[in-house]
Design a protein around this ligand. Structure first.
Ligand code: GRF
Length: 201
């Protein structure tokens, strides 16, 4: 049975677009059943509409507390019944109730070779550290910050004249390959988590 994929994104949505196109090409054995966003101005919304994917907006600014927002987000996710939740540029830290509910069924794309450079501005952190290789990581989400079991990584070279934008752009090209690939593997039941390791068969 085709897996129900729900993408959660806060902004531009270029990774979401890569997922949409991989699903449309039939490369991913799943259906993108909803975009859920915390940001009513996210460009990802237009991408969803263009692809005929339902949009659920849980506007963070309309909630009196983070707890209430998280409850609404969890309710919205339950409503769309995901087999897989994909965080693709979701710019908030998820509360533990959601993380627990979707344990083993929620993945995130991060623009660094984890465990280096967690959190915001990963590309800037990499440049400031002076690394020669940078990249992206797709991982299962657990309650740590960008610390769950790693599904796959792709790397790029860091050039002497890179700034944050040029490095981010080079990494993004790899993100658009890595994220659909990880989703494809999940949808084909090829991933199993054994402790910190993800086995791919
Ligand atoms: C990507 O770099 C992703 O790794 C990070 O946020 C950015 C989102 O970009 N988590 P987009 O919205 O997918 O274009």
């Amino acid at each position: 049975m085709a897996k129900r994929i729900v993408v959660v994104a806060s902004g531009r949505g270029s990774n979401f677009q890569a997922v949409i196109e991989s699903v449309q090409r039939g490369w991913i054995g799943g259906t993108c059943v909803a975009l859920v966003t915390d940001n009513p101005r996210a460009y990802a919304i237009e991408r969803a509409q263009a692809a005929g994917i339902p949009v659920v907006i849980v506007d963070y600014s309309r909630f009196a507390s983070r707890e209430l927002y998280e409850q609404a987000l969890l309710a919205a996710l339950r409503e769309v019944r995901p087999d897989l939740v994909v965080l693709a540029g979701y710019m908030r830290i998820l509360g533990s109730a959601i993380v627990r509910e979707y344990a083993g069924r929620m993945i995130n794309i991060h623009p660094a070779l984890l465990p280096s450079f967690t959190g915001l501005h990963a590309q800037r952190q990499a440049l400031e550290h002076g690394v020669k290789l940078a990249g992206c990581t797709v991982h299962f989400v657990d309650e740590s910050l960008d610390g769950g079991p790693i599904i796959l990584q792709r790397c790029v070279r860091v050039m002497d004249d890179d700034d944050e934008d040029t490095l981010a752009e080079r990494i993004l090209i790899q993100e658009h390959i890595a994220l659909p690939e990880a989703i494809r593997l999940f949808c084909e039941d090829c991933l199993s988590i054994e402790g910190r390791k993800v086995r791919i068969r």
